[in-house]
Design a protein around this ligand. Structure first.
Ligand code: ADP
Length: 293
């Protein structure tokens, strides 16, 4: 199976914003989570791999394929689900998918019919195939997005922030489809939802300000900070003081009080209690730069 290998990829936009700074990642078959806050550079990275924009420096290879040079070859094997995609609202899913299949070069109408029906079934849209896309829910639209991304049997699938606005059932269904794909394809899931990565991905990277802060298996990443995360309930007014004195990596309100998590390699004492580390803690530990890197 082919790995997607990204090496020292950099991109600065014409307004001077550096979106990617020597990004290197080795992505094997399976679900790969790309985590980072808004503005981290995730979409820039995704669009570059999907041949939709140019990098300034660096290389991307997929097996034998030079992704940045052999754009036409890449387009044949890639499925891309962008954050937002236009739908023709008055068309039905069946008609649009058939049309997109023609554009993908599937000319034989019998073959096309089989492929389109198969994908509608796979994404649980078959019973809705004759409905206009304007009547689709957010989840149905996302699943349609997956169906179109799968048209040419892609070997590399890129999904950019897919679950925003989906209800839990729709999110679940969407995840199941992605998981199934990850069994024999490289699937890159770009998201800022840490939970999604924990549930779905065997590998992940955290990026911020265009730089890779961590690439690891999520469970191993949790293990790495195990024993170094402590919690304490404080008054809201005390937060600023605590932030000055400790590596506060998370804060949430609980019944009018603040519960904070801190990262510390030694027991901070003073009423802090050790807590089970989560992927959220990993994420914020790296984003806030508290962990030794
Ligand atoms: P993410 O997907 O993680 O939110 P992006 O790749 O969209 O991050 O953006 C990374 C950085 O590049 C941000 O600072 C963003 O404002 C900037 N950026 C993105 N697209 C452009 C563009 N076309 N022109 C200038 N700056 C951009």
């Amino acid at each position: 199976m082919n790995n997607l290998t990204i090496s020292k990829l950099s991109k600065t936009y014409s307004n001077g914003t550096q979106a990617l700074n020597k990004v290197s990642l080795d992505i094997p078959t399976g679900m790969f989570g790309l985590l980072g806050p808004n503005g981290a550079g995730k979409s820039t990275l995704m669009r570059t791999i999907a041949t939709l924009q140019e990098a300034d420096e660096g290389t991307v290879t997929f097996g034998e394929l030079d992704v940045l040079k052999d754009k036409n070859e890449v387009r044949k094997i890639i499925g891309y689900l962008p954050q937002e995609f236009g739908l023709y609202p008055r068309t039905t899913a069946e008609v649009l998918l058939d049309h997109l299949a023609v554009l993908k070069g599937i000319r034989n109408s019998k073959e096309r019919k089989e492929i389109v029906e198969g994908l509608l079934q796979k994404t649980n849209l078959y019973i809705h195939r004759k409905k206009k896309l304007s009547t689709y829910s957010g989840g149905m639209k996302q699943r349609f997005g997956i169906a179109q991304a799968l048209l040419a049997n892609p070997k590399l699938i890129i999904v950019d922030e897919p679950t925003a606005g989906l209800d839990p059932t729709e999110r679940n269904r969407f995840h199941n489809i992605l998981c199934e794909l990850g069994e024999n394809t490289v699937v890159i899931l770009s998201t800022h939802i840490v939970e999604d990565v924990k549930e779905l991905c065997t590998n992940m990277a955290i990026i911020n300000n265009g730089e890779v802060l961590l690439q690891e298996n999520p469970l191993r990443a949790i293990n790495r900070i195990k024993g170094n995360v402590y919690s304490k309930t404080i008054r809201k007014e005390e937060l600023a003081e605590y932030k000055r004195s400790y590596n506060v990596i998370a804060e949430r309100l609980f019944q009018g009080k603040k519960v904070i998590h801190v990262y510390d390699e030694r027991d901070p004492g003073k009423g802090f209690t050790p807590v089970e580390a989560s992927l959220n803690d990993v994420y914020f530990t790296y984003i806030f730069g508290a962990a030794a890197q």
